[in-house]
Ligand binder design. Structure first.
Ligand code: KG4
Ligand code: ZN
Length: 347
């Protein structure tokens, strides 16, 4: 089964073609250069860039997969969560293609995509269940329990900032630009992670919820103190040490909550997904924690599959197609900026 998938949930315009659970092509046109000047995503600029790029991104995805639109079996599109004006561009294009080529439509949750990015090329996946996933991106931080394909239970999520958002905000305080998560992590490699001790959040709460605002505020206070309220710049050593101390504390928080969840739910494997799964300290700490329980860690090996991309949407769409979860009334498909992975679309 060949699926053409589209994701325009935030600031990347992406289209992909899959054959069953294998991604054949995955085109991502990043808008980082447009938004970095503004220090964050500007919705109106994102919308316009999606509109300008969507056709050529779809064309290229088909070309790279050596397939024509008429030979595609289904069209898939992200309906949420994400930026409303961005989601709308992808949905409109998917509806148009579905109508023109008379193809069924599959609506996919963006977070389900991040999760199922781990299933690229997997045929026999029954032995992975039950599993737990930690989804860590710029917009979300969620611990999810999966009993089987299509069954999602959110065990915990963030009460304030998402993990990637916290990395980006701290990166901005250190003058590292936007999005600065990966830059911060690189600088942290040469930093001393015990130079500025920060408190690991939510330890007294026996639940699986996350919070990053406390660490972020502590870093802000520290930066103000070291720069004498902004009157002198941080030196390179201070930047590296703050980056390392922040990263260590944020990762510790993610690992502690993950450990509490797996003690209770006893999964066979632990999955990581979303942009922050590129963080090597997070993967290292998770792996050593999981070793105690003999639970393997899976994360998308291809970096593109960890970031926003339509390949992951195509994989999720394939499993939805196997369950017969097609959109019945295409006209009524609408974007849902706050869609959750637990909800069932009944349209
Ligand atoms: O999944 P993604 O591409 O987009 C969203 O759906 O948000 O994730 C992007 C997020 C950004 O916040 C970015 O700073 C963060 O992932 N990120 C990282 C790293 N690489 C990307 N955060 C920490 N360490 C990294 N190596
Ligand atoms: Zn995402």
């Amino acid at each position: 089964m060949n699926i053409l998938a589209i994701d325009t949930s935030c600031d990347d315009t992406s289209a992909a073609v899959s054959e069953d659970s294998t991604v054949l092509s995955n085109i991502v046109s990043s808008q980082d250069e447009i938004h970095s000047a503004w220090g964050g995503v500007v919705p109106s600029l994102a919308k316009r860039a999606h509109q300008e790029r969507i056709d050529s991104v779809v064309d290229l995805a088909c070309k790279r997969a050596h397939i024509q639109l008429k030979d595609i079996d289904a069209i898939a599109v992200t309906y949420g969560p994400g930026l409303a004006v961005s989601l709308e561009v992808g949905i409109e294009k998917a509806k148009e293609l579905s109508k023109t080529f008379n193809k069924p439509l599959i609506a996919v949750n963006h977070m389900e995509g991040h999760l199922l990015a781990n299933f690229d090329g997997l045929t026999d996946n029954d032995k992975l269940f039950p599993l737990i996933t930690l989804l860590v991106s710029g917009g979300h931080t969620e611990l999810i329990f999966m009993e089987k394909q299509g069954s999602y239970k959110i065990l915990g999520q963030t009460l304030d900032d998402a993990a990637g958002e916290a990395f980006d905000k701290v990166a901005r305080m250190l003058g590292l630009g936007y999005p600065g998560g990966a830059v911060l992590s690189k600088l942290a490699q040469d930093g001393n992670d015990v130079q500025y001790p920060l408190t690991v959040p939510m330890r007294e709460h026996k639940n699986f919820m996350f919070s990053f605002s406390g660490i972020k505020t502590a870093v802000l206070r520290l930066v103000k103190q070291l720069t004498l309220d902004g009157s002198k710049p941080l030196n390179q050593k201070q930047i590296q040490d703050i980056a390392a101390s922040f990263e260590k504390t944020a990762v510790q928080h993610l690992v502690e909550k993950s450990e509490s969840a797996l003690k209770e739910y006893q999964p066979k494997v632990f999955l990581l997904g979303g942009g922050v799964s590129s963080n090597t300290v997070l993967r290292k700490r998770l792996r050593s924690m999981l070793k105690k329980y003999h639970i393997p860690l899976m994360y998308p090996k291809d970096k593109k599959m960890r970031m926003d991309n339509a390949g992951m949407i195509a994989i999720a769409a394939y499993f939805k197609a196997l369950r017969g979860e097609y959109v019945k009334n295409i006209a009524s498909l609408d974007r849902n900026p706050i869609a959750t992975i637990e909800e069932r679309l009944d349209i």
